[in-house]
Structures are given as C-alpha cells and as structure tokens.
Ligand binder design. Structure first.
Ligand code: SF4
Length: 435
C-alpha cells in the first residue's frame, strides 16, 4: 500500500519525477497560508485559487512549533473541558492525525446531516473544506457556530464555478432558450440548474431561486430524474464528470451533453448543439479524481487478476467505464464491508480513505489505483495545530475570554434559497428514468 510518506520518500529519491506532489508536503500547512494564495502541495496545487477566496491569518507560534504529542495533549484537554458543547466532524478524506479527534466521520452529506441532528452542540468544528462547513451552517440552528479550523481549506473543484460565471451562463442560455420560467406543453421549463453538493452556498442559492436542486454523488441519478421531470434540459455544475457519468448511465447520449466553458461566449458551444442539449456540463473537475487512468486499472488487473476495481464518479468517464463498479465514498465503504474475506480491491478515490479502509479491513487486499499518491491539497490544510488553536480559543482562559474563531456563516439572503434547493434534494424520490 502506498502512503503519503512513501510518496514523499519516492519524490525525494527521484523515483517519481514530474509528479504534482512535492516534498513540500512535509511542511506544515501554515507555510502556505500566508503570502500568495495557493491550494498548497497535493493534487490541486496547480489549480487557480479564485480571487476573494477566504485567507487564513497566521496562527501563533506556540501552535506552529508544538510537537505532535503536545498538540495531541492540548486537543484532548480542550475536548475534555468542552464536553458535549462541541461536536467534531471529520471527512473521509482527512488524514488520520485529524480523523482521530472526530466524533463522526463521513462524506459531506452525512456530515451535514449529523450536524443537523446535533442541536445540543454549541459549536461544530468541521474538519472538512469550506463548502461543507457552509452546508452545515445552512442546516443547523442560528445559535450554533460552525468552525472551519483553517479558512484556506477550500475545494478547487467547488471554486471552478462561481456565482458571477453561473449568472452569466444563465443569461446567455436565456438568450438561446427564451423565457426560462415559461412552461411548455409537457409542463417543463427550458433549463433546471443542478449543483453538486461540492459548491459554494451562493450556487445552491442560485438553484433555489431558479427552480433547481442540489445533488450528491449518492443521489445524482434521483436528482437528475427529478430535474428531467421539470425541465427539458439540465445545467449541471461544477463537476462535469459526475454529471456525465450519471447522465450517461441514464441513457443520455454523449452528443447531447455539451461542455460549457465559462470563459467563452455561450460556453464555446454551437447554437444547434445547445438546442439539442439534454445536460449542459460545466467545465469543472476534481484534481484528485482526475489523476486516475484506465492504464492504472489495466496494471491493477495484470497484477491481481481477481481484483475488483471501484472508482468514484468524479473520475473521468473512461475510468468509470473501465472499472467494475463506481459510486460515492459511502458506496465504496459499504462494498468493502460486504465483501467476503480475501477480496482484492483497487480503489479510485482519495488516499486517506483508501489507507484507512486497508487498515480497517486487513482480511482484504486494498490499494489505491494511483501508485504515486497525491492527497487532496485542501483537506490537507486542516492540521492538528489549527484544531488546537480553535478549540483552546473556545475554552478560553483567565487571561482570554472564550472566543469562536473562523466561524462560517451563510448570509440570510443566500441561506433561504440554498435551503430550498437542499430541501428539494431531500424530498426527491427515485422514479422512472426519462431521458
Ligand atoms: S477531493 Fe476533490 S472535490 Fe473533494 S474536497 Fe478535495 S478537491 Fe474538492
């Protein structure tokens, strides 16, 4: 099994030239949190951070220089003092040094549901990325504070669609399709906007305002069925791969799924293609899942003829097509749980989850498809130093009153329609597929 440490060793030894991960992974994330904004080392390091992204201020030197043992002692002491007043949530893709403190570990949707189901917690320390903390804030009581320990923990995929670009695309689509609220003889409007959970709250709000809906990687088919029942087309953002893989499995032909480039007029798509479109895919992707290739699957099969290859639907379509099965992180976890002892799995998703599954299920052989692992750069930004900093501020001291740091708050004018789009998702039920 390849670990992040192994990867760093391979890079240091010159065995992995040209990889996007660098030995900088060894550095603490605060080395990257000042100066020029960047996602830092890892899969997203060459993605462009949009202007206006939240920046993390410098934390005091005591947290930056503390040893792992000292941080561990301080985090546990603060948690002991705070008790049930604080709930800590950890995403599947977090590294183990962080996940060990979480009360609950899951995917972004499971964590949001857990936050909603914990009204007694005064503060929720969200060890995930920015859009997840926003979603937790949307679903929790106004008095509850959702804290993101490092504000630089964004998501490069979520950042590939911003509200201005989506508004501009909508205006151009309305030039092509006419009145976007006009219902045809089948009772459908021209376009329904669908946003992946991995998007900023204002995009969820956009969907709420325009009759649209949110989806996750678990329910994307059900959500597209919902949208096809209400619209002749879908505008799907920000992840082209989830949209394409899901719609293709539902029978939508590839030629009816044009790719919308927000930097070009009318997305760079011909008028006739837009006329015939069924799903307009935003040109966004996850840099972690983009790394998986068909060649990796072929290598895994050559080495382990009985291997079962499971990949995440954020992977490119040829990879999903070549895999034995694909699904959300929850799907992957359940497939491994249900397998007979002695099974072999090659997994196409973030390394931290794969490593944890390999440890939890020693009766199986489980490895990551990508032999040179690059973790999610943005998840990597949550470090125990930031957790200790946020928790000790909540505890306070004789010299310093208790303080909520890095609170994530979605403004009311965004929150209301964003909740509507989330509620539509929660109410959507599987139905007959109609493409
Ligand atoms: S794994 Fe990809 S989609 Fe998930 S948080 Fe990281 S960059 Fe975003």
């Amino acid at each position: 099994m390849t670990s992040v440490d192994t990867t760093i060793r391979r890079i240091t030894n010159g065995q992995a030239p040209g990889e996007v991960c660098t030995v900088d992974l060894r550095e603490a994330p605060w080395e990257f949190d000042t100066g020029v904004p960047s996602y830092g080392p890892g899969s997203s390091m060459f993605d462009v951070v949009p202007p206006g992204s939240p920046l993390q201020g410098e934390i005091s030197v005591e947290y930056r220089t503390a040893t792992p043992d000292e941080l561990d002692r301080r985090i546990r002491a603060a948690r002991e003092t705070l008790g049930d007043r604080v709930l800590m949530l950890g995403h599947f893709y977090q590294r183990d040094e962080v996940v060990q403190y979480a009360d609950y570990v899951g995917d972004s949707f499971q964590l949001a549901v857990k936050a909603k189901a914990s009204p007694e917690a005064e503060a929720i320390v969200f060890c995930g990325v920015h859009f997840m903390a926003e979603t937790a804030d949307l679903l929790t009581r106004p008095e509850q504070a959702v804290i993101l320990p490092n504000l630089a923990a964004g998501c490069s995929m979520a950042d590939m669609a911003d509200i201005d670009s989506v508004e501009a695309a909508w205006a151009q689509l309305s030039e092509v399709y006419g009145d976007m609220d006009a219902v045809d003889e089948t009772g459908r409007v021209p376009v329904i906007p669908v946003t992946y959970m991995n998007s900023a709250a204002d995009l969820k709000g956009f969907c709420g305002r325009h009759g649209g809906i949110v989806c996750t990687s678990s329910n994307a088919t059900t959500v597209l069925e919902w949208a096809f029942a209400r619209g002749r087309r879908v505008l799907f953002f920000p992840d082209q791969h989830l949209g394409r893989n899901t719609a293709k499995a539902m029978g939508v032909p590839l030629e009816r799924m044009p790719l919308w480039n927000p930097r070009k007029p009318f997305g760079g798509v011909d008028r006739e293609v837009l006329d015939d479109a069924r799903v307009i895919l935003w040109n966004g992707f996850c840099s972690v899942h983009k790394r998986f290739t068909v060649g990796q699957i072929e290598s895994a099969r050559a080495q382990y003829p009985d291997v079962h290859v499971i990949v995440h639907p954020e992977c490119p379509m040829p990879v999903v097509d070549a895999a034995d099965s694909y699904g959300s992180t929850d799907f992957i976890v359940k497939a491994i749980e249900a397998a007979p002892a002695g099974s072999t799995f090659a997994i196409g998703t973030e390394i931290n989850l794969v490593q944890r599954l390999a440890q939890q299920y020693p009766q199986h052989t489980i490895f990551c498809l990508d032999s040179v692992v690059c973790p999610c750069s943005t998840m990597y930004r949550i470090h125990p130093g930031y957790i200790a900093w946020a928790l000790e501020a909540l505890v306070g001291s004789a010299q310093r009153p208790s303080e909520v740091l890095n609170r994530i708050t979605v403004p009311a004018h965004v929150a209301e329609p964003a909740r509507l789009a989330l509620e539509r998702m929660l109410a959507a039920k599987p139905g007959p597929v109609s493409v």
